[in-house]
Design a protein around this ligand. Structure first.
Ligand SMILES: NC(=O)c1ccc[n+]([C@@H]2O[C@H](COP(=O)([O-])OP(=O)(O)OC[C@H]3O[C@@H](n4cnc5c(N)ncnc54)[C@H](O)[C@@H]3O)[C@@H](O)[C@H]2O)c1
Length: 411
């Protein structure tokens, strides 16, 4: 968006859709591949005011990033993210790197007049996240948008669950119960990737998986957590230093054959209180043998309940407690009807969607927000709120589960 278009927006007139929307993506491994699919597909499935183009991708190794560009369909490759941010054909900077680089790249991109999509968790600390929010708010005045990549909000069943809660079908909420269980660290010989080092990841299962479920709990309930009581544990204290790419989750390329200290949590369990007084429970672990990507939630309200399992992501369980008891009970809603969120553009009812579609939906929502001049959600402020919860969890755990308030935006 040009400065003149931005000032029109500030004056209240709807902006003209941008004539071009080039994406520049930093990082090309797990999330890089997933976001590439989203950007490649979105303009072919949804009717958009402007189709994004895959302008340039960035990594640090010239050969590897060129190969990634060819594989995923990017026009150009850069080896320095600053060069990517400076490109005239890049209007959106998409950050798919570990948390220690999110703040620096996002701040530079916003200062350069770009829109920003940043993977979760927003940052590695509350202080970084606060700075990012300040920059995003200033940039919003210039017509730029900034969004954090909590893609699970874009599972149609989750989005539909929010609509049911918002319309009062559950009444006043009593319980929000969420777990996110994986098992790729059960093996004590699993390598010490960046995800196990505080200086890169900020925290362990907490920031990786816990960030998602905290965001989902607050998104679905429509209210923030105001306090938590937590325990965290690192079960395996030392691991082999990595010697190359570990399956699915890329590793460092150092190969010195030694072992190093794990400096983040393997698991976090915590309880929390939502602003309305509803109680929440959370469990995030990469040590749950047999559980691959088990994000499960159940919400109980005075009028009914909802349950969801990411491993069956086209389904939502709903119990309407206002129905006569003899015939009531949980029923399965197959969330594939054209009336369900995002489904109008996909397949006939019953032809299921998967994990990768959430990234297409994320791209759709960001492009729509840019074209219409509306703020996209989740905002950087939403990312900061999650960061505050993560920090409160760590503070509480350090005091052996003492109840710890979560600072609110008005505090
Ligand atoms: N939304 C989700 O479901 C989800 C899932 C996994 C990871 N994530 C988040 O995505 C981010 C990336 O995770 P990942 O799983 O893709 O990690 P990854 O290890 O698979 O990939 C990281 C990429 O960043 C690149 N990189 C690192 N530092 C860089 C720098 N300074 N300049 C350029 N490139 C750099 C690496 O070369 C690699 O390509 C993290 O914030 C993570 O928490 C989100």
């Amino acid at each position: 968006m040009t400065p003149s278009e931005a000032s029109e927006t500030a004056a209240g007139a709807p902006p003209a859709p941008p004539s071009a929307l080039g994406v520049g993506m930093v990082g090309y491994a797990f999330m890089g591949a997933a976001h590439s699919q989203g950007w490649r597909t979105v303009g072919h499935v949804f009717d958009l005011p402007v189709r994004p183009t895959l302008a340039a991708i960035c990594g640090r190794d010239a050969t590897a990033v060129r190969a990634a560009a060819d594989r995923h369909g990017w026009a150009a490759a850069e080896t320095d993210w600053r060069a990517l941010v400076a490109r005239d054909d890049v209007q959106i900077v998409d950050i798919c790197t570990p948390g220690d680089s999110h703040a620096e790249i996002a701040l530079a991109a916003l200062a350069a007049g770009k829109h920003v999509l940043c993977e979760k968790p927003l940052a590695n600390s509350v202080a970084e996240a606060e700075e990012m929010v300040r920059a995003a708010e200033e940039a919003a005045g210039r017509g730029q948008v900034a969004m954090v990549g909590f893609n699970y909000r874009r599972v149609p069943a989750i989005s539909y669950a929010r609509k049911l809660i918002e319309s009062g079908r559950l009444g006043e909420l009593r319980h929000v119960r969420v777990t996110y269980l994986q098992d790729w660290l059960v093996d004590p010989e699993a390598p010490l990737t960046w995800r196990l080092r505080k200086e890169h990841a900020g925290s362990g299962a907490l920031g990786d998986l816990g960030a998602h479920i905290v965001d989902l709990a607050q998104f679905l309930a429509g209210e923030p957590l105001v306090g938590v009581s937590a325990l965290v544990e690192t079960f395996v204290k030392e691991r082999p230093l990595p010697g190359g790419a570990a399956a699915g989750l890329s590793a460092d390329t150092r190969a010195d054959g030694g072992r190093g200290a794990v400096t983040v949590d393997d698991a976090a369990v915590f309880t929390g209180r939502l602003a309305s007084g509803a109680l929440a429970t959370f469990e995030a672990t990469r040590m749950a043998a047999g559980r691959k990507n088990a994000l499960r939630l159940e919400i109980n309200g005075e009028r009914g309940s909802l349950a969801f399992d990411l491993e069956r992501l086209n389904e939502l369980s709903f119990h309407d407690h206002t129905e006569p008891a003899p015939s009531s009970g949980f029923r399965r809603i197959l969330v594939t009807e054209p009336e369900h969120p995002y489904l109008e553009a996909w397949w006939p009812a019953g032809h299921a969607l998967g994990y990768e579609h959430t990234f297409v939906h994320q791209a759709r929502d960001l492009v729509e927000a840019i074209a219409t001049g509306t703020g996209p959600v989740p905002t950087f402020a939403d990312g900061l709120q999650v960061q505050r919860v993560l920090a409160a969890v760590e503070d509480s755990a350090a005091k052996n589960a003492v109840y710890t308030p979560v600072p609110q935006p008005t505090d």
